[in-house]
Design a protein around this ligand. Sequence first.
Ligand SMILES: CC(C)(COP(=O)(O)OP(=O)(O)OC[C@H]1O[C@@H](n2cnc3c(N)ncnc32)[C@H](O)[C@@H]1OP(=O)(O)O)[C@@H](O)C(=O)NCCC(=O)NCCS
Length: 160
Amino acid sequence: MNYRSWTFKDILKISELEKECFSEPWTYRMFADAFSSKGFVGVLAEDEGEIVGYACGTAMFETAEIDDVAVAEGYRRQGIAAALLGAMERESLALGAETLLLEVRVSNSPAMRLYLKEGFSGLYARPRYYPDGEDALVMRKLLGAPQVSRVGTGRKKPEK
Ligand SMILES: CC(C)(COP(=O)(O)OP(=O)(O)OC[C@H]1O[C@@H](n2cnc3c(N)ncnc32)[C@H](O)[C@@H]1OP(=O)(O)O)[C@@H](O)C(=O)NCCC(=O)NCCS
């Protein structure tokens, strides 16, 4: 499996895969607009040149958002979405983000399990967020939280 950033010409295939994966898919135009906007981050997985999974979002300032993650049906449960989330996380960190946010349908238990496994936690619900009236759960992951240093505090050890 090869993982890389999106190019503009990937969008046609991505929008076709999107139709297979979602009941209310983003259109080609929506992806093209997102791709051209400031702070866009997009990573994809390809198998022998065929796009089989993708993720995209926006990283601006300290908060990055993941807008979309999907994997082709025949390629699921192989760790591809987890790898895509890891790549999104690294790209967002490199752009200065400290927090990653996303929304998930409350009925989408595969996605929710994926996000929980990858270190996201539920933040709050958005009632009737989707056009069909379903609620969204907003989930958050804190990126690269600073570790408390136990060495090198600069204080001299008391002499024995
Ligand atoms: C959700 C989705 C992206 C997961 O992709 P994936 O590549 O199969 O996920 P991974 O293989 O990386 O799964 C990682 C972990 O997530 C959880 N998970 C993923 N799919 C699951 C499922 N169907 N049932 C239960 N747990 C699941 C598991 O904990 C899994 O680890 P495991 O396989 O070791 O048990 C994929 O099912 C999909 O494209 N669904 C349709 C689009 C969608 O709903 N996208 C999310 C929008 S918010």
